[in-house]
Design a protein. Structure first.
Length: 145
């Protein structure tokens, strides 16, 4: 997945970026060929909060540069699977464990154990998600403008 963003700040191993608004593409085309966000009369509209990308080793970036940012699909797919799939599986496992251990238990008790499994799995994912965060940052692939 590729997106355009503006460099807001640069750190030692990371770059803070602001995502260009989707409407910006049409605005950029109306500014004329070769016009960038900082050129005369062509301001940029950004959306969302700043996010971090890995500082590129072979590309020089400065604050105000428009860059192309890429997140590998396999990385995004793996994260989605972990964040959504594991808690759902843990919740279902909690339901079936409750059904097996307590066959006469009320639906509310089964749902409670399913919720405990879901919350426990989500908590573990959040706790483990903070490790090696620098290694999972999106990458700047090119300076666009």
């Amino acid at each position: 997945m590729n997106r355009k963003a503006i460099v807001a700040g640069i750190g030692e191993k990371w770059v803070d970026l602001l995502t260009l608004d989707e409407v910006e593409r049409a605005h950029e085309e109306s500014c004329g060929t070769g016009a960038s966000c900082g050129s005369s009369g062509c301001g940029c509209r950004v959306s969302g909060l700043p996010f971090r990308a890995a500082k590129p080793k072979n590309i020089t970036v400065r604050p105000g540069d428009t860059v192309s940012v890429s997140t590998p699909t396999s990385r995004a797919l793996g994260a989605s699977l972990a964040v959504m799939g594991i808690p759902i599986i843990a919740g279902a496992a909690g339901w079936f464990i409750a059904s097996g251990l307590f066959p006469n238990a009320a639906e509310a008790a089964r749902a409670g154990l399913a919720a405990v499994g879901l919350v426990a799995a989500a908590g573990i994912i959040v706790a483990l998600g903070g490790k090696n965060r620098e290694e999972r940052l999106p990458e700047i692939t090119a300076v666009v403008g």
